[in-house]
Design a protein around this ligand. Structure first.
Ligand code: NAD
Length: 455
């Protein structure tokens, strides 16, 4: 496989990928290692993860450069991701002992009932490229802490980062068969899912998620799917317009819009619509587009060249249906995969832009008459990952967000993930949850103990 720098189109590494036989060998290694890893005292597993966390912090600059060079994330944002990952790992380190604690639920007349939690076994982690440290560690850290072994397949657009994570795990003292990196693209992922693993934790698109669900579901393999989104924000008529516009614009364009929880649709109350639109366009116009290795850059290339054509199609479709291109609108003519930050006004739900995942620096803004229309439009989607409301009125925002069908909701913020809260998608956005206590329980299975000492 070839690793290409998306900001130049130049191949920076060639690597072998894992064919089906190699994937099966890696599965055997992880299988054999699992009972021994699970039998270690929790504190030993936690110490290794603590060292891994510290190594991430120590190597932060090198790791950030690697990530930027292979998927084009602006270097400041790669550093931000690396700086925030240790905090997520700390959450797991602090919360896991409490989750693992044995619970006695009844002690009566010589009868005792108790619950213990056991690891699932071997976990396959098929991962995405857009935040490899976040979406990766959300899975492999709690999986390892709870005694599972992990077959980790990074995306083919973040392979060097995946291999670096594997090296750091080894250096931290995680046995080489407890955390095994599998390299390759879709076919390698399919070989991995075909192994007799106990669970598949997948982060990626709805289309691939469905394929994996069909394959793993037929064998009753436990599944966790973190998929795409079409995340809406509603801007009410009582907001401070400029602040709201700057915040929503950042939520839409950070990482060139390639976040699962990026703002993908904006609904603005008609009373503030025109002022909001002007402020929004002004904020986006201020973003520095360019070399992702430059610390000033806010928008770099797209990680995948194929996405440029999808963005072109969404812009053309929006234009044909009455959308007004207020900013940008076309690919940037330079080597690599580039698209201008683009704002489409006059958007409506007949447009692909407002219905299908965009995953790029392109956003549609739609005028609405009030809260009722906004709620209807926010729910007019098969996805359900996040949704936001901007208004100073907490009760009003709460009332709206309570009616929106999504796993996370935001008041006066967006594009945000917390390790302390469960991260879950509804509908086409996925199954199950990571993060929070649910995201630790997800790697465990209960054992119910019915204990009756001899009379
Ligand atoms: P993708 O579906 O193209 O690929 C994801 C992973 O699946 C990659 O490792 C890929 O090699 C592998 N894969 C591809 N075909 C496969 C198959 N048939 N069997 C097994 N594995 C296969 O997605 P992507 O482009 O890497 O990521 C972008 C998508 O991920 C977006 O839709 C985004 O919204 C979503 N995402 C969701 C979350 C979340 O938390 N909900 C987080 C990050 C990204």
């Amino acid at each position: 496989m070839k690793v290409t720098n998306p900001s130049t189109g130049v191949v920076i590494r060639e690597l072998p990928d894992d064919g089906p036989a190699e994937v099966a060998r890696k599965h055997d290694r992880a299988r054999r290692a699992q009972p021994g890893w699970a039998a270690r005292p929790y504190e030993e597993r936690a110490s290794a993860i603590r060292r891994f966390r510290d190594l991430l912090a120590r190597r932060r600059d090198d790791l950030a450069r690697t990530l930027t060079s292979e998927m084009g994330k602006p270097i400041t944002q790669s550093r931000n991701e690396l700086d925030a990952t240790p905090g997520r790992i700390d959450f797991f380190l602090e919360a896991t002992p409490g989750v693992l604690r044995e619970e006695t639920v009844l002690r009566r007349e010589g009868l005792e009932e108790a619950i213990t939690l056991e690891p699932l076994g071997v976990v396959a982690n098929v991962s995405a490229w857009n935040y490899p440290y976040f979406v990766g560690s959300n899975v492999f850290v709690p999986a390892l802490l709870t005694g599972n072994t992990v077959l980790y397949k990074p995306s083919e657009y973040a392979t060097l980062t995946g291999l670096a994570i594997g090296d750091l795990m080894g250096e931290a003292g995680v046995p080489e068969d407890a955390f095994v990196v599998v390299t390759g693209a879709g076919p390698t992922g399919a070989s991995l899912v075909a192994q007799p693993v106990e669970a598949v934790f997948f982060t990626g698109s709805y289309a691939t998620g469905r394929r994996i669900a069909a394959e793993a579901g037929g064998r009753l393999v436990r599944l966790n799917l973190e998929l795409g989104g079409k995340d809406p924000v509603y801007v009410a008529d009582d907001v401070e317009v400029q602040t709201a516009a700057a915040s929503v614009a950042e939520g839409a364009f950070y990482n060139a819009g390639q976040s699962c929880c990026a703002v993908e649709r904006v609904y603005v109350h008609e009373a503030v619509h025109d002022r909001f639109l002007d402020s929004f366009v002004e904020a986006v116009r201020g973003y520095v587009v360019g070399d992702p290795m430059d610390a000033q850059t806010f928008i770099g290339p797209l990680a995948r060249p194929a996405q440029v054509a999808l963005l072109e199609r969404q812009v053309e479709d929006a234009r044909a249906r009455g959308g007004r291109i207020r900013l940008g609108g076309k690919r940037i003519d330079r080597p690599g995969a580039w698209f201008e930050p683009t704002v489409v006004a006059g958007a409506n739900h007949s447009m692909e832009l407002m219905r299908d995942e965009t995953f790029g620096p392109l956003i549609g803004i739609q005028r609405v008459s009030g809260d009722e229309e906004a709620v209807g439009l926010m729910n007019d989607t098969p996805y359900g990952l996040t949704a936001g409301v901007y208004s100073p009125d907490r009760e009003r925002a709460r009332g709206i967000l309570a009616r929106v069908n999504s796993g996370s909701v935001y008041w006066n913020c967006c594009d945000r993930v917390s390790p302390r809260l469960p991260w879950s998608g509804r509908g086409h956005s996925g199954l199950g949850a990571t993060l929070g206590r649910e995201g630790i329980r997800a790697f465990l299975q209960p054992k119910a103990w019915h204990l009756r000492p001899p009379v």
